[in-house]
Ligand binder design. Structure first.
Ligand code: THU
Length: 161
């Protein structure tokens, strides 16, 4: 038996003013997209905004439903939109932010497990690492170089060949 370790590195910023201009701008877009979320059940409004390799910007927000499991996260709304309106264009970075009526939006959140799987599929499909910029409406910001870091031991299409 050998004990193995998984670890990963990410960049931590004290606030968005320390980011590059481009990343700060994308995070501002994600913060602003939270206003378009439809989240009357959780009151947790998520905005995810992608910067594509062709310079286009696409936004997604969470869309809830009275039948709760029907609701969909901002990240997967975003991926479906990007794949439809800009097929085969790589995603360079996605900024994700949130606002909430219940908690202070002063720390980063990271994508749920289902969204990590969906993001990884997109990264693999387009063969381009997707950077994540994670931050609340204020406070610390995480920058993660590739989605694959968030999903160790991932199940991928390689198992299906
Ligand atoms: N949500 C997202 O949109 N993205 C995440 O990464 C985590 C959770 C949404 C789903 C639901 O509408 C609300 O946030 C509360 O879970």
């Amino acid at each position: 038996m050998t004990e193995n370790k998984f670890e990963f590195h990410y960049d931590l910023y004290n606030d968005s003013s320390e980011l590059t201009e481009r990343d700060a701008w994308l995070l501002t877009e994600a913060r602003s997209a939270t206003k378009e979320a439809y989240a009357p059940y959780s009151n947790f409004y998520v905005g995810a905004v992608a910067m594509l390799a062709n310079g286009e910007i696409v936004a997604g927000t969470n869309q809830e439903n009275a039948s709760y499991p029907v609701g969909i996260c901002a990240e997967r709304v975003l991926l479906g939109t990007v794949a439809t309106i800009h097929p085969n264009v790589e995603i360079e970075s996605i900024a994700i932010s949130y606002s909430s009526q219940n908690i202070k939006s002063d720390h980063p959140i990271s994508p749920c497990g289902m969204c990590r799987q969906a993001l990884l599929e997109y990264e693999t499909r387009l063969k381009k690492p997707i950077r994540l910029i994670l931050g609340g409406l204020e406070g610390k910001v995480f920058v993660i170089k590739t989605v694959s870091l968030l999903l160790p031991f991932a199940f991928t299409s390689e198992e299906l060949i």
